[in-house]
Design a protein around this ligand. Structure first.
Ligand code: NI
Length: 190
């Protein structure tokens, strides 16, 4: 089932999400729906706050990057209650986008190597190290469960350049290619 994607401007995207327990209700179904939603909207990652749930789950599939990094073909993973333990190396720039902020792409600087502890969909604990684009996608999705958006990293100048677009997204004055949930329109309906 496709779950509408929460648009920029909804306060849930700025909240630090909560850990879940292994008996979390309908967890398998939720994860399945998150993958379905991510694929249908052509994203490489999706975090639970983006479908309106402030819990620490995100899913990624880096396959679209296989041209740049062939080992990313079929690189698909679910991260539950994740915690980034370490970030290393010299920061590098990469143009990021976000399903909650359609048609905005901006360069963001991040460290290239991370070590992350998380539980998979069977609640088995892992501690793994990732580099390059895999690390980049994980860092972006991890930020979502920490209440951080990539636009938070932009310089005041870059932020000013996209301010009108951000306002339009917040106010629901856009026509996205997938179903979204806008904060203002949601309030108006009540
Ligand atoms: Ni995002």
């Amino acid at each position: 089932m496709f779950l509408p994607i929460v648009a920029y401007g909804d306060p849930i995207l700025k909240q630090v999400a909560e850990d879940i327990s292994s008996d979390h209700q309908n967890l398998k179904e939720l994860i399945e729906n998150m993958y379905e939603t991510m694929y249908a909207s052509h994203g490489v990652g999706l975090a639970a706050p983006q479908i309106g749930q402030s819990i620490r789950i995100f899913v990624i599939d880096c396959s679209p990057f296989e041209e740049d990094e062939p080992e990313l073909s079929g690189f698909k993973k679910t991260f539950i209650n994740a915690e980034i333990l370490e970030e290393e190396g010299e920061e590098w720039l990469f143009k990021e986008g976000c399903l909650s902020i359609p048609e905005v792409r901006e360069e963001v600087s991040r460290q290239p190597k991370i070590t992350i502890r998380y539980f998979d969909e069977d609640f088995v604990e892992h501690t793994e190290t990732y580099e390059g684009l895999a690390a980049r996608v994980i860092q972006h999705e991890y930020d979502h469960i920490e209440g951080i958006l990539f636009t938070d990293y932009l310089s005041p100048l870059r932020k000013r350049m996209i301010n009108r677009r951000l306002g339009d997204i917040r106010d629901g004055k856009i026509t996205p290619e997938y179903r979204m949930r806008f904060y203002k329109s949601k309030k108006r309906k009540r």
